[in-house]
Design a protein around this ligand. Structure first.
Ligand SMILES: [Ca+2]
Ligand SMILES: [Ca+2]
Ligand SMILES: [Ca+2]
Length: 328
């Protein structure tokens, strides 16, 4: 009996260890991020509704061990129906376009915070524009199949990289959606060892104030200072940093339709780890339908990637917890 229990514990520990070692990041956003939806507004929208540039770029990283085709599935790509954010009648068109090939991620314009210059770098592999369409409301549209080698091979990012750009072509409504990098066309089947990243995140917060959302920028060994930019947070609580060396350092937060920035030093132990930037809503006055934009630069002003499956796992503060006496 005792041996059976020990054996069960061993199996459980092995599975847990493996799950920590292998990133499985196919739903975008991931469970670790706890972000309900990505959001992109139509080109005629007011930026104070929470999208500064009506464009969102994501990179999908496929391990070189993957030989079979992959699919990029988009949940609720249309703008209309249940989840999307209406301004008057739904009249928004959103183009989703998939790119691969040389320059797809390595072109510096692809890694900026603004859709400028050659940000559509690489080869266009597929594109489709969606308006309001009940067929795709609360439903999936599948791009692909794509051969992994159609992506750009990148040693820096650890695999073949595809890019998907969501762009609000026209209209003034908010299109909410999610992605899944799948091994199958008609269902979501994870690809072991894959990951995804973006250099500027535009997303919808939960309405329920008990939900904390997270993004995970990776700190490579060259980073000494970071600058956090956030837009249209609507003063909805706090944005704080957890890392191996930071235990809830507050970033300066934006109100409605403005950018705020704060600069934070990076310590030696934070190099080659991820930061956990947490979005904690105000429990007394939670904001509904809050869309927010965030990006982070290093000391050279270069954008840093947010990985949907944090590299090295979710960081835990390793310093001493200093107890603060409770005020009575
Ligand atoms: Ca409209
Ligand atoms: Ca949608
Ligand atoms: Ca907002």
């Amino acid at each position: 009996m005792m041996i059976k229990i020990l054996y069960a514990i061993l199996i459980f520990a092995t599975v847990l260890f493996q799950s920590l070692q292998i990133a499985t990041a196919q739903p975008i956003p991931t469970a670790e991020e706890n972000i309900p939806y990505l959001v992109t507004f139509g080109a005629q929208s007011e930026i104070k509704w929470g999208d500064d540039d009506f464009c969102q770029v994501f990179f999908l990283i496929i391990p070189t061990s993957q030989v079979n085709p992959v699919y990029i599935r988009v949940y609720d790509p249309d703008c209309g129906g249940e989840f999307d954010e209406a301004k008057g009648a739904f009249d928004t068109k959103t183009a989703f376009s998939v790119y691969g090939g040389k320059g797809c991620i390595s072109d510096p314009d692809a890694q900026g915070s603004d859709p400028k210059g050659n940000f559509k770098s690489g080869n266009l592999l597929a594109t489709k524009t969606f308006a309001e369409n009940p067929k795709y409301d609360k439903n999936w549209y599948t791009f692909g199949p794509f051969n992994p080698t159609e992506g750009e091979l990148s040693n820096d990012y650890g695999g073949y990289v595809l890019k998907i750009i969501a762009q609000g072509i026209s209209g003034d409504d908010g299109n909410l959606y999610r992605y899944f990098l799948s091994a199958k066309s008609d269902e979501n089947k994870a690809i072991e060892g894959s990951n995804s990243c973006t250099f500027e995140y535009t997303f919808r917060m939960h309405d329920n104030a008990s939900n904390v959302s997270h993004v995970y920028p990776y700190i490579n060994k060259a980073v000494t200072t970071i600058k956090i930019f956030n837009f249209d947070w609507d003063s909805d609580g706090v944005i704080r940093i957890i890392s191996v060396a930071k235990n809830g350092v507050a970033a300066k937060v934006s109100a409605e339709g403005n950018w705020e920035t704060s600069t934070h030093l990076i310590s030696a132990e934070e190099k080659n780890t991820s930061l956990d930037i947490q979005f904690v809503k105000n429990r007394n006055l939670p904001i509904k339908n809050n869309n927010v934009v965030i990006y982070v630069t290093n000391q050279y002003g270069d954008q840093m990637p947010f990985f949907t499956a944090p590299i090295g796992g979710i960081p835990k503060f390793k310093g001493k917890i200093i107890a603060t006496p409770i005020k009575k």
